[in-house]
Design a protein around this ligand. Structure first.
Ligand code: PLP
Length: 383
C-alpha cells in the first residue's frame, strides 16, 4: 500500500522529537554526572538557555514537570486569597481551568476576540468592570502570542496580576521588553518537545524562585534563610523536571529553528491549498499585535457554517483522515467544571466552536496526504 492510498489513515499530528542518537551526548553527560533529577547540570543548562533567549537572569526562569503544574504553582506563588476569581477564556485546553481549580481558585470564563481567538486586555477590562476579578489568565490560543506591553498597561491600570498560559507558544510568545509571567509546555506535541515538561519565565521579583521551591516540595535550600535547610518553607509538590527530559529538550533546542521554519512553510502551503479548495470560504486565526505563530503545531480552519464542518468531519472519518475540534467542548460546556466556574457571556467563543475544525498537520506530511485533504475539503464545500 502506498503512502497516498485512499484508505491509509492520516494522523492529526505526529510528535517531532529528535532522533535518539542526537540525545546520546546529553545522556552520556547525565550518566557521567550521576545526576538524574533535582536541578542537575542539564536542567541548569536548559534554564540558562531559556534565560538567555528571554534576556532575563537565571533566577527569573525555572523548569517544571509540565505546563499544568507550572500554572498551578505560579497561581500558588501569587499569594491570592483562597477562592480568588481568575478570569480566563472559555476557549482553551482543559488544563488552564484545572490549574485554577487545583490552586484553590474560581475560573471566571469569558469570551475571546473573533479574529485572534485570544482573551484581550479590552475583553478583560469589560469583564472586570461588570464582575470584578482578582487575576487574569489569558491563553496564547494554539500558540498565538499576546501583546505583553498591552498586558503590562492592564496590570498597571488595574493592579491585577496577569499570567499568560503560553503552553503552545514557545518561540512565539516573548516579553518583548515588557514585564510579565509566561508558562510554556514542552509536551511531546509542542514545537520544543521534551516528552513532558514546561518552564516559567517571570519578571515579577521572586516569582520564578518561589515556583522552583514549590516544585521541589516547598523545601528550603537556602542556608541564609531563618529556616533550616530541608525544612518546608511552603506546601509544594514534586514538579521538578528530570535530567532525562532536559536532555530531550536540549536536543530539541539544537534543531528548533530549522523545525520552526519547516512548520511555517508547511502551514503556508496547506492554508493556501485548502483555501483554494474551499474557494476562499474558510477562515484562519489572525495574528494579533504581537505577530504570528512562529512554530505552528496545529492547523485549525473555521468553516463557513456548522453543517459544512459536519460534512467535512464525516468525509474525513470515512477516509481515515483524523480531525479534532481543538479546545472543545468549550470550558463552559464541560460538566465536570461547570459547578465550580462562573460564566460570562461568550458569543464569539460560541460562534467559533460551531465551525472550528482541526486538520492533520505534522512535519514531513507528504503531497499525497495533502492532496487527499484538499479533495475532501472540495467535496465538503460542494455537497
Ligand atoms: C492552553 C494549554 N494550557 C496548558 C496545557 C498543558 O500543558 P502540559 O501538557 O505541559 O501540562 C496545554 C497542553 O496542550 C495547553 O494547550
Amino acid at each position: 500500500m502506498t503512502a497516498g492510498a485512499p484508505t491509509d489513515p492520516i494522523p492529526l499530528l505526529v510528535p517531532d522529537v529528535p532522533d535518539p542518537l542526537s540525545l546520546l551526548p546529553y545522556l552520556q553527560r547525565m550518566h557521567a554526572a550521576r545526576y538524574y533529577s533535582n536541578g542537575g547540570p542539564l536542567v541548569r543548562e536548559l534554564e540558562d538557555r531559556f534565560a538567555e533567549r528571554f534576556g532575563l537572569g537565571a533566577e527569573q526562569v525555572t523548569t517544571v514537570a509540565s505546563a499544568t503544574l507550572g500554572l498551578e504553582l505560579v497561581l500558588q506563588s501569587l499569594g491570592l486569597r483562597a477562592g480568588s476569581r481568575v478570569l480566563m477564556p472559555t476557549f482553551t485546553f482543559a488544563a488552564t481551568a484545572t490549574a485554577v481549580l487545583r490552586a484553590g481558585h474560581v475560573p471566571v470564563l469569558c469570551d475571546v476576540d473573533a479574529d485572534s481567538w485570544l482573551l484581550t486586555p479590552d475583553i478583560a477590562r469589560g469583564a472586570h468592570a461588570t464582575d470584578a476579578v482578582d487575576a487574569v489568565l489569558p491563553v496564547a490560543a494554539l500558540g498565538m502570542p499576546h501583546d505583553m506591553a498591552a498586558w503590562q498597561r492592564f496590570e498597571d491600570e488595574t493592579g491585577l496580576p496577569v499570567v499568560i498560559d503560553a503552553a503552545a507558544g514557545f518561540g512565539s510568545q516573548w516579553l518583548a521588553g515588557a514585564s510579565g509571567t509566561l508558562v510554556f509546555s514542552l509536551h511531546a506535541t509542542k514545537s520544543l518537545p521534551a516528552g513532558e515538561g514546561g518552564f516559567v519565565v517571570s519578571s515579577r521579583p521572586g516569582l520564578a524562585a518561589r515556583v522552583r521551591q514549590l516544585a521541589n516540595f516547598g523545601i528550603n535550600l537556602d542556608p541564609a534563610s531563618h529556616l533550616p535547610v530541608g525544612a518546608l518553607a511552603a506546601v509544594g509538590t514534586n514538579a521538578k523536571m528530570s535530567e532525562l527530559h532536559a536532555a530531550v529538550a536540549l536536543a530539541s533546542l539544537a534543531c528548533w529553528e530549522q523545525g520552526a521554519q519547516a512548520r511555517r512553510a508547511l502551514q503556508r502551503e496547506m492554508q493556501d491549498a485548502l483555501a483554494r479548495a474551499a474557494d476562499g470560504r474558510i477562515a484562519w486565526q489572525l495574528a494579533g499585535p504581537a505577530g504570528a505563530i512562529a512554530a505552528p503545531t496545529l492547523l485549525c480552519a473555521r468553516m463557513p457554517d456548522a453543517a459544512c464542518r459536519g460534512r467535512l468531519e464525516a468525509l474525513c472519518a470515512a477516509q481515515g483522515i483524523a480531525t479534532r475540534r481543538w479546545y472543545q467542548p468549550l470550558m463552559h460546556r464541560m460538566e465536570a467544571l461547570l459547578p465550580f466556574c462562573t460564566l460570562l457571556p461568550t458569543p464569539q467563543a460560541d460562534a467559533l466552536a460551531e465551525t472550528l475544525i482541526g486538520l492533520p498537520f505534522f512535519p514531513k506530511m507528504d503531497p499525497a496526504q495533502m492532496q487527499r485533504l484538499t479533495r475532501v475539503m472540495e467535496q465538503a464545500m460542494r455537497s
